[in-house]
Design a protein around this ligand. Structure first.
Ligand SMILES: Cc1cc2nc3c(=O)[nH]c(=O)nc-3n(C[C@H](O)[C@H](O)[C@H](O)COP(=O)(O)OP(=O)(O)OC[C@H]3O[C@@H](n4cnc5c(N)ncnc54)[C@H](O)[C@@H]3O)c2cc1C
Length: 310
């Protein structure tokens, strides 16, 4: 795609989108940043300490998110960054523009805007259980063991899932003297040392592999959980750690994805639709991390500069 003055849309203001915004400012490329919820994205849900994004340690993701947002604000004063930033503006669809070479983005307000290039920095969302009673049981469900464990210390809890996140969660809950039950529909995929530690604990019980949760029945102060073997038990809290899914707005055409729905990109972070780039967690990557997302933002911004140079 060639154009002398690119007009770029960044969808999502997590680490990837914020980094793309900073780099597009550095490269003096006109752009607009759209964020459906809050700047910082997934970082607001990271309750663990972040020790692998040098050179600092952060108490949790929120602390880093706040630092990133302050940095963006301070740059406007220091460097005169010019970009439109729309918060709480969800992009619901991307259409091929009929008049010009580029794309029309439609937001939840119905507003349509034209852009020559689009950076999808939309990240992932936690997978939910598609079972009866799920929506009515929100107050009994948590996705963060680090955050919730202190409030359920000594209580009986259920963890749904068999990956690292589920078993890491079980370890944290055991440290808070919880009575932990684990339920996984397939073989535990978590690292062996996690599985070994859980199996050795007297306070943890793994249900037979294949037994699934089929229904939630909220009661006064516990959640009654019905399993696929017909048995049921009550829990103070249920932790659903069954993975995440990539978030992609409605598109005019099919983009190449991997089996799990993550967007395939080339070395410029460009998807199979020329002009649309995918950065951070929404794209196929061997490592979903802050560093990867920040790096992708710069890579895609530079690629747009090179691709649009005359
Ligand atoms: C529990 C947990 C612990 C973690 N710990 C670490 C760690 O220690 N170290 C590390 O490096 N990484 C860690 N990670 C991973 C890291 O948080 C992510 O890789 C990174 O935050 C992803 O950034 P992103 O910008 O790609 O996506 P996100 O942060 O998910 O941002 C996507 C943004 O897009 C917005 N959005 C989505 N769709 C739309 C739309 N249609 N319109 C407008 N906006 C939209 C969302 O609201 C969101 O703000 C952890 C993740 C989790 C869940």
């Amino acid at each position: 795609m060639k154009s002398s003055s690119p007009k770029v849309a960044i969808i999502g203001a997590g680490c990837a989108g914020i980094s793309a915004h900073i780099w597009l400012c550095e490269l003096h490329i006109s752009h607009t940043l759209f964020e459906g919820k809050k700047m910082g994205g997934m970082l607001h849900r990271v309750h663990n300490r972040i020790e692998n994004y040098p050179p600092e340690h952060y108490e949790n993701g929120k602390v880093l998110a706040e630092k990133l947002c302050n940095y963006v604000t301070r740059r406007v004063i220091r460097k005169g960054d010019k970009a439109d930033i729309f918060i709480e503006e969800d992009i619901v669809s991307i259409e091929k523009s009929a008049e010009e070479k580029g794309f029309t983005l439609r937001s939840h307000t119905g507003q349509r805007r034209f852009f020559s290039h689009v950076l999808l920095a939309t990240g992932t969302r936690y997978r939910q259980l598609d079972i009866e009673g799920y929506a009515q049981s929100a107050s009994f469900i948590s996705q963060s063991t680090t955050f919730t464990a202190p409030s359920v210390a000594g209580e009986k809890v259920l963890i749904v899932g068999g990956g690292d996140a589920a078993l890491e969660g079980a370890r944290i809950l055991l440290e808070h003297s919880c009575d932990v039950v684990l339920c996984s529909r397939s073989k535990y995929r978590a690292r062996p040392e996690f599985v070994k530690q859980i199996t050795k604990s007297d306070s943890a019980r793994m249900l037979d592999i294949g037994i699934q949760v089929v229904r939630f029945q909220p009661e006064a102060d516990v959640l009654r959980v019905v399993f696929s073997d017909g048995k049921s038990e009550s829990f103070k809290k249920v932790f659903v750690r069954i993975g995440v899914d990539p978030v992609v707005p409605e598109l005019f055409g099919e983009m190449k994805k991997d089996m799990r729905g993550y967007l395939r990109t080339d070395s410029n972070c460009e998807t199979s639709i020329p002009g649309i780039f995918a950065i951070g967690d929404v794209s196929v990557a061997p490592l979903q991390s802050i560093a990867t997302a920040i790096g992708d933002g710069g890579r895609a911004a530079k690629a747009i500069q090179i691709l649009t140079q005359l």
